[in-house]
Structures are given as C-alpha cells and as structure tokens.
Design a protein around this ligand. Structure first.
Ligand code: AFP
Length: 346
C-alpha cells in the first residue's frame, strides 16, 4: 500500500529549503512516523553527494574506464559503477535502517553484515544507470526504491522484503548527474526536486511538486531497435512521426540512452519514454525492481502513467530481483496512446 501522508508541498517562498528540512517536514506531518525513513533518505542523500563528487572529478581522478569485470547482467563494469555500488552498500547496510539491499550490480540480495542492526526497510538501487554514457560525459544517474520490510522486525532480512510490488514502495527517487546534480524523490506525497549547490555541498529545493503535462510532444525510444519490434510498436512510433498538425504531430524525438536523463526530461516537459520488448529482449531490457518500478511511482505521483503496454507497472508482482519488463512512461495521454496501439486501450 502506498503510504498516505497529510503533508502538503511547501509554498514557493520555501524553495530554498534544504533536502534535510524538506524530508523532516514530511516526517512531522506523517502520523506515526518514527524518523527512520527520514534518516534512511538522508543516508541516500549523503551517498548521492559522494557519488556526484566522484562523477564530477572522474576524468581527473582516473576513474573513467572499465574494471575488467562483468556484472550479473553480463555487462562490463565501469570503475564508477563499482564505486557507486560500494558507496551505497557500505552506507546503507551498516546504517541501521535496512534489513536487506538489492543492487542492479549484484546477483544476490545483500544482507546487513553481522554486528549491525537489522532495520525496518529494504532498499533496491541501480547505483549508476546509463553507465555506457560515463566516458563521454553524458548524464547518468542513481535510482532507488524503498519498501517496508514484511519479514519479522529485528531478524535478518529476507528476499521477500525486496520482492514487493510497485504499489508497496514507500519512497522512490533518482539522482541525475547532469549539467547540475539533482535529486528527485517521492514518499507518496508528490514529487519534489532538489539541486545540489556544490559550493555548499547541499541539495536545495528547486522543483516543487512536479507535475507531468497531460500530453507532451516528445517521444523517446531507441529506434535503432525498430527492425526487432513487433508491428504494433512500429505502428505507434510511425503514428507519432506522421504529419498531422491539427493533432500536434509529428512529435520530436530525443534519446539520451540513460533512463534517468530521458525520464527527467519527460517528467519536466511531458511526452513519452519507451523501451519496448523486441525479438531479442522478449521481456524488454529494463529491470523492474531497479528501474521501472521506482520510475513508475514517480510518474504516477507526478500525475503521469507507466505501463508495460498492456498493464500498469505498479501492479506487477515481481518474480525475481533482476527481471526485465517493457516500459512506456510519461504523460498520461501519451502512455494511453501507446497502450491503444498495443491493444489494451479500446
Ligand atoms: P547502461 O547502464 O548499460 O548504459 O544501460 C542503461 C539502460 O539500462 C537505461 O538507462 C537506458 O534507458 C537503456 O539501458 C538504454 O539502452 P540502449 O542502449 O539499448 O538504448
């Protein structure tokens, strides 16, 4: 169940709030809140500052390039991927608020080391999404998803603490390392964005209660895969590109190849991002637990939608930690159009 909060977003004059203050205000107006989620989010914020600082210095610090290893997805691990992964694991597993972690870089769930308390939350993360863009200075990001544990309090965490459906997320967010570093998150009370002031080392509220436009004019998809798509996907993209000025088509095309960057643009400007299933990736390429589910929570909280093309991402019950899923996310009307072509929306 999505956690209900009575908290309403701050007024425009509160735009200078730090992220700490914003999270704390949310806690104060959530009946029954213990402060643990607040503290966990602060730990994630700290990790994102450490990662941002290393990303910014990567060329100078010799942190570009590969480690020589491959991850669970069979992809080559970049040095920065590894750094981000280790930063999150070290901080969260020993921070007292988690009982179990899941990382896109690790095959198995990550337990709390012995001697450390087992906390109330299970956190999943993609430490550095879009890592093929690292070496060319294109935006990359960190994505996270937080669930309340379902196993017995105080004991060791279990796989089922991580394997929960999207509607059970209590928080989700991402950090984008772009022309500026931004952290965007939701705890079920809207979506809020914070920009890092590197001189102060602090995130300040810059994007209040973000809402995705009902319909956009940009589509974002890797069209290099079009020969492998099913006909309905091809027809949908062809329709977006067709000349129909009275229906505000053709749409413009933008594709970064980092989900965080493509979604961030979609969140702010509207339109649709898609990574469809194709005849190479029958279940799509993106990962449900590390990418699609947290992005779907943010999209819905911002008034948008996220779908596999046939059903809402948030309604999926996960089968395993690394399962993949097709994703259509963004403005509600644009996602409905895609579903119409894929046969689910009469
Ligand atoms: P990498 O982290 O391997 O670069 O993958 C990024 C990603 O998971 C997601 O962030 C992108 O939207 C998508 O893959 C890009 O995939 P293509 O390169 O196949 O378009």
């Amino acid at each position: 169940m999505t956690r209900v909060s009575t908290w309403t977003p701050p007024e425009a004059e509160e735009r200078g709030w730090t992220i700490e203050r914003h999270i704390l205000e949310g806690q104060r107006s959530s009946p029954g809140a213990t402060g643990e989620l607040t503290s966990l989010l602060q730990q994630i914020t700290l990790c994102s500052k450490i990662i941002a600082s290393r990303v910014n210095m990567a060329g100078l610090a010799g942190d570009l390039g590969l480690t020589g290893q491959t991850n669970v997805q069979g992809e080559e691990v970049q040095k920065l991927d590894d750094f981000a992964n280790q930063t999150l694991i070290r901080t969260l597993s020993r921070g007292g608020h988690c009982c179990m972690l899941g990382s896109e870089e690790e095959e198995d769930p990550i337990p709390v080391p012995s001697g450390y308390p087992s906390g109330k939350y299970a956190v999943l993360f993609d430490p550095l999404d879009g890592s093929s863009n690292i070496d060319v200075n294109v935006s990359i990001g960190t994505i996270f998803s937080v669930h309340e544990r379902v196993s017995e309090a105080g004991g060791a965490g279990e796989l089922r603490d991580l394997l929960q459906g999207g509607t059970r997320q209590v928080a989700a967010g991402y950090v984008i390392y772009g022309s500026s570093t931004m952290l965007v998150y939701t705890t079920g009370a809207g979506v809020h964005g914070f920009s890092l002031d590197p001189a102060v080392g602090e995130f300040f509220l810059s994007h209040l209660d973000i809402k995705i436009p009902e319909r956009g004019k940009i589509y974002s998809v890797n069209e290099g895969n079009s020969a492998r798509w099913e006909q309905p996907v091809r027809s949908w993209v062809q329709w977006l590109k067709s000349d129909a000025p009275e229906q505000k088509r053709p749409y413009s095309h933008r594709y970064v190849g980092s989900l965080v960057a493509d979604f961030h643009r979609t969140l702010l400007k509207g339109g649709v991002f898609a990574y469809p299933a194709d005849n190479k990736n029958r279940r799509g390429k993106l990962r449900l637990m590390y990418e699609a589910a947290p992005i779907a929570m943010l999209a819905e909280q911002a008034g948008g939608a996220a779908s596999t093309g046939v059903e809402p991402i948030m309604g999926l019950e996960p089968e395993n930690l690394h399962q993949r899923v097709p994703l259509y996310v963004g403005s509600k009307q644009d996602v409905r159009d895609a579903e119409g072509f894929l046969g689910t929306n009469d």
